[in-house]
Design a protein. Structure first.
Length: 164
């Protein structure tokens, strides 16, 4: 598996990975269309300090992470909007490989920390974040739009060794 830095031309690929993943995870009757999935990923990448990493196997993207500056607070914190793995690649460590590649990208983009929200009932996601050193921040809260409970997590990438 190769991790590559994505660009604007990869938004549709990431959006469809996300559409397939949430359809299965959340039990949708149908996979959301590109028109439904694309705006969220596109919005997550709307800043010059945004980033998109793709996990590629045999020339095909099977997972991605997308994020950027944390709101507009001017801090050196990033917000990870998406961690998505196509269901065909679930259980193969794609999410872990992506998250392990993330610190280098964060440091290169000038971020000192990153946060994300995960649905509290997403047991696989929660286990992965905690195993990789992400720390719970605060108490779980209901999502403002639909009420599904979310937990905030934070991570600080290790600073590079002097002279590295």
């Amino acid at each position: 598996m190769e991790i590559v830095l994505g660009g604007p031309g990869d938004v549709d690929v990431a959006a469809m990975i996300w559409a397939h993943a949430v359809a299965l995870r959340d039990g949708y009757d149908e996979v959301p269309t590109l028109a439904e999935a694309r705006p969220g990923v596109e919005n997550a990448l709307g800043d010059e300090r945004s980033f998109l990493l793709l996990a590629v196997e045999e020339g095909r993207a099977v997972g991605f992470v997308a994020g950027g500056p944390h709101e507009t607070d001017g801090s050196r914190r990033a917000f990870l909007h998406y961690v998505g793995v196509h269901p065909d690649a679930w259980g193969r460590g794609v999410g872990e490989v992506l998250l392990r590649a993330l610190p280098e990208v964060l440091i290169k983009n000038g971020y000192e920390s990153v946060e994300l929200l995960v649905f509290a009932d997403n047991v696989r996601g929660v286990r992965l974040y905690e195993r990789l050193g992400w720390i719970r921040v605060g108490l779980p809260v209901p999502h403002p739009r639909h009420g599904r409970v979310e937990q905030r997590y934070a991570f600080s990438p290790a600073s590079p060794e002097p002279g590295a």
